[in-house]
Design a protein around this ligand. Structure first.
Ligand SMILES: Nc1ncnc2c1ncn2[C@@H]1O[C@H](COP(=O)(O)OP(=O)(O)OP(=O)(O)O)[C@@H](O)[C@H]1O
Ligand SMILES: [Mg+2]
Length: 401
């Protein structure tokens, strides 16, 4: 490992080398997808078998990795793509976009004791509605898929790119929420063996709750009631499986030898506030975090005004003068230089705001946390080359293959 890398780059290298699960979180547009892809590329170059999972339906990740589109199946980014840009893939890199409905159906199949109970649930209208509602938040399905990919034996590292953190804790609580939903009193009321567990299904109608059923039946119709009764009876068999999975997912997310959350933000104040908020949520839940990536940092932090209070010194001016003399008057040249000066002024002011914000985050985070920085690149990151440029900032220069 090269000596010239910074402490945060060393920490980032350890992250892709040691962990099994990396989850990128942060507010909208800060660079979660870009960061997840860069982490994936670095880990693959490091020799690990990696899959990057996105929940973002935008084609950005697919395109920047050189793929047409992504679906619920993992797609490999060939080693030749790395070679094209002078990099070597010593492991492997896959990417996929999570289809939450498919994942939910797969989950039902897995926890069903037999084909008949699986089919009963999948074709049930109440299931369809509930799965729509649950999977709409994406959160539970994301953690579920994560668990699955982690255990399938094909990958050493799973990198998850999450959607913008509208409600940051949703994802962290998804598995617990599902368990609570299953334990909900209304469900247990429906499932209570009113007849001592001897009879199932519509026998509920003869049970003490029958009066309520009759009332509901007159409002919603008996077909609807049949569906409800069937759904609850069918899912009863699945409850234990669900609970077990939800518990396993929750443990995996808390395992600090395997998992790490990476909080991505920009130096802008709203994004920083959300990063701090998310960090606190992780600490509260004893989930492994403590790693911030401040992306899109102003790039002119090091530039200072010259002796005459100007950014462009005499040498720059005479360089411009000789190049523009033939086609520009000295007034035009002066106006142009003035414009450049004010652009510099603004960029330098922004960079110094950014520096202050980052220092603030560092003191908030404390010595046990790491704050890595990635500058605002001149262009958007839309291809493999751009991702490699991000990599150089996050992980330092690569040793040549
Ligand atoms: N360091 C950077 N320099 C220049 N452009 C960047 C940088 N990081 C990200 N971008 C650009 O910023 C935009 C947002 O990045 P990205 O899509 O990764 O963010 P996101 O957090 O995943 O967004 P969303 O919340 O919408 O999913 C993209 O156009 C990307 O190319
Ligand atoms: Mg994204």
């Amino acid at each position: 490992m090269s000596d010239s890398i910074t402490p945060s780059q060393r920490e980032m290298r350890a992250l892709v080398h040691d962990r099994d699960l990396v989850i990128c979180v942060g507010s909208g547009g800060v660079g979660k997808t870009t960061t997840a892809a860069s982490i994936g590329i670095q880990a693959a170059m490091d020799g690990r078998r990696v899959v990057v999972v996105t929940i973002d339906p935008a084609k950005r990740l697919a395109n920047s990795l050189g793929l047409e589109a992504l679906g619920n199946e993992e797609k490999e980014i060939p080693a030749s793509k790395f070679a094209e840009f002078g990099a070597e893939c010593r492991g492997s890199l896959h990417a996929m976009m999570l289809d939450t409905q498919k994942t939910f159906d797969e989950l039902i199949s897995r926890v069903s004791p037999d084909d008949a109970s699986r089919d009963r649930v999948l074709s049930n209208n109440i299931y369809k509605h509930i799965s729509d509602t649950l999977s709409a938040s994406h959160d539970y399905m994301a953690s579920e898929k994560l668990y699955d990919l982690h255990h399938c034996g094909k990958y050493d590292l799973v990198v998850l790119d999450t959607p913008p953190m509208k409600n940051a804790i949703d994802f962290l609580e998804a598995s617990g929420k599902l368990t609570r939903f299953l334990d909900d009193t209304i469900i247990s009321w429906f499932l209570k063996p009113h007849d001592g567990g001897k009879r199932r299904g519509m026998s509920l109608l003869q049970a003490p709750g029958a009066i309520v059923y009759k009332l509901l039946g007159s409002v919603f119709g008996n077909d609807f009631l049949d569906e409800i009764a069937e759904f609850f009876v069918a899912t009863k068999d699945l409850l234990a499986g669900f609970r077990e999975r939800a518990e396993a997912v929750s443990q995996l997310l808390r395992n600090d030898r395997k998992t790490r959350f990476v909080v991505v933000c920009t130096p802008r104040s709203t994004s920083m506030e959300e990063a701090r908020y998310f960090h606190r949520q992780l600490v509260e839940r004893r989930m492994p975090g403590g790693l911030f990536i401040v992306n899109q940092v102003g790039r002119y932090g090091e530039i200072e005004r010259g002796p005459r209070g100007r950014y462009l010194g005499d040498a720059d001016r005479s360089w411009l003068k000789t190049r523009l003399e033939a086609s520009a008057s000295s007034q035009e040249l002066a106006a142009f230089v003035e414009k450049l000066e004010s652009h510099f002024d603004r960029a330098v002011a922004l960079a110094s705001d950014d520096r202050r914000a980052i220092e603030g985050l560092r003191s908030f985070a404390g010595r046990n946390c790491t704050v890595a920085e990635v500058p605002q690149l001149p262009d958007e990151v839309y291809d493999f080359d751009g991702l490699l440029a991000i990599d150089r900032h996050l992980f330092g220069d690569r040793e040549q293959p």
